[in-house]
Design a protein around this ligand. Sequence first.
Ligand SMILES: Cc1ncc(COP(=O)(O)O)c(C=O)c1O
Length: 456
Amino acid sequence: MSDQTKFLLSEDQMPKAWYNLQADFPKPLPTVLHPGTLQPVGPDDLAPLFPMALIMQEVTTEREVEIPEPVRDVYRLWRPAPLYRAHRLEKILGTPAKIFYKYEGVSPAGSHKPNTAVAQAFFNKEAGVKRLVTETGAGQWGTSLAFAGQLYGMEVEVFQVRVSYDQKPYRRAMMETYGARCVASPSMETEYGRSVLAKRPDHPGSLGIAISEAVELAVQREDTKYALGSVLNHVLLHQTIIGLESMQQMEMADTWPDVVVGCTGGGSNFAGIAFPFIGHGLRGGPKPRIVAVEPAACPSMTRGKYAYDFGDTAKMTPLTKMHTLGSQFTPPGFHAGGLRYHGMAPMVSHCKELGLLEAVSYHQVECFEAGVMFARAEGIVPAPEANHAVKGAIAEALRCKAEGKSETILFNLCGHGHLDMAAYQKYFVGELTDEKYDESELAMALAGLPSVPDGL
Ligand SMILES: Cc1ncc(COP(=O)(O)O)c(C=O)c1O
């Protein structure tokens, strides 16, 4: 294997199709249900929210879905994204493991989120949509949709989770720079937001609440659709370009991962890097261990239930089978705002149930410690969410050291933390603490899961 540091693909090596893991699942995904009738949801039920092209991508079992040329053309602004060998981090850790990372922070928004924002805006524009409404946690997704919306001349309105809105004011400025409007959620702009604030005026918000507000607004106007930054099958599909490029780059590096690591909020950047490798393994290729890292303060896969639940807090979405902490659960206000979601993508949850991945959780202070170590070794300051993947990769590298194994570890550095420096400052002065969720609130949220007959 070479001593090369950076593995770069040319623009014409960029994948021409996204990869759909649904084609290779040994068992199909559980059906999505209508919450009232408990009958399977059909494409027409989703039509008020999404354009038909995206609904079709949600349900397709085709292995490849073509990336339209106009989308590839926008992707060329930052893709193919680089893959690095972390030589300096390896040396500091004294590990025989070889650590590689795919860097998605080179996008305009600073993370993987534009991979799906551009695709979603494109298909909405094709369908004649004039306005997109969405939620955002950390602001990476809202920024990405704001950028994509202005490319296609669409209005964008973003509900940003209150705690992140206050923690990261420059994210709002960035969304406004791209011409979008950003309001803190819960807000006074929707019936649901007003009802939440009436009960608790200082509510920190959650992704579940922000989704409810965005959906409420989206269904009110014919020219408006809703866009989601994670969780749904089509969002995960768009992110697979990360893993597809990484496979070519691992070949350039003349190695193949023994372990693939990603952080999980709703599951999209993790799916992006992991699904192409999982599929390759299911089709007879090597089977790397796949490790999903989630925050200990919002541990849907390691602490939640695998059950049918709502994607939002106001119970407006269809029911999907996923690992969930309950749609009424409000995670504490830790800094990885993008990971503060009560559920997990149904496709990622299905992988866990099929034994195709392992899930671990870490607290935020140990993740920042890992992020600082990474920044000092490799130069890039990771987003707080990405620090979870860094921590997971370092844990694997230290295991290799203890076992004397020179495995190849690949992780997704899904975003930079340039607009998250207030959290780093808090870490340096010792004010960043490990937030704990409220056990009784979690028990209540789990007890309140919708009742769906066994066998569904
Ligand atoms: C940098 C970053 N990483 C990860 C996430 C979590 O989302 P997902 O699990 O869909 O990748 C977010 C969400 O906002 C994010 O901003």
